[in-house]
Design a protein around this ligand. Structure first.
Ligand SMILES: [Zn+2]
Length: 94
């Protein structure tokens, strides 16, 4: 009887240990997943913020650079950022 009791206690304690181990693993896994998702969320939002700022500044820059205007007096195409034609000095554009 003594041996049977010890064996039963051992089996029960192992079962309880495994059960608690599974519960802890499950619980901490969820915690870890939430933690990782929050990190990913922060990273993504910072990436999106930086991306929008970066593309808007560089995008508008390249857009301005692409805007060309034609001088009315010498008919040469010059960069849109010029206020006066760099070829003839005229400030009237077509
Ligand atoms: Zn000109």
């Amino acid at each position: 009887m003594g041996f049977g009791y010890v064996l039963l206690t051992l089996v029960i304690s192992i079962a309880v240990f495994l059960l608690f181990r599974n519960i802890t693993l499950w619980y901490f896994k969820i915690n870890r997943i939430i933690e990782l998702l929050e990190q990913q969320n922060k990273f993504l939002s910072s990436m999106v913020d930086g991306g929008i700022r970066g593309s808007s500044s560089s995008g508008s820059g390249s857009y301005v650079r692409k805007l060309m205007k034609t001088c009315k007096s010498c008919k040469k195409e010059v960069d849109g950022s010029y206020t006066a034609c760099p070829h003839c000095g005229s400030n009237s554009w077509e």
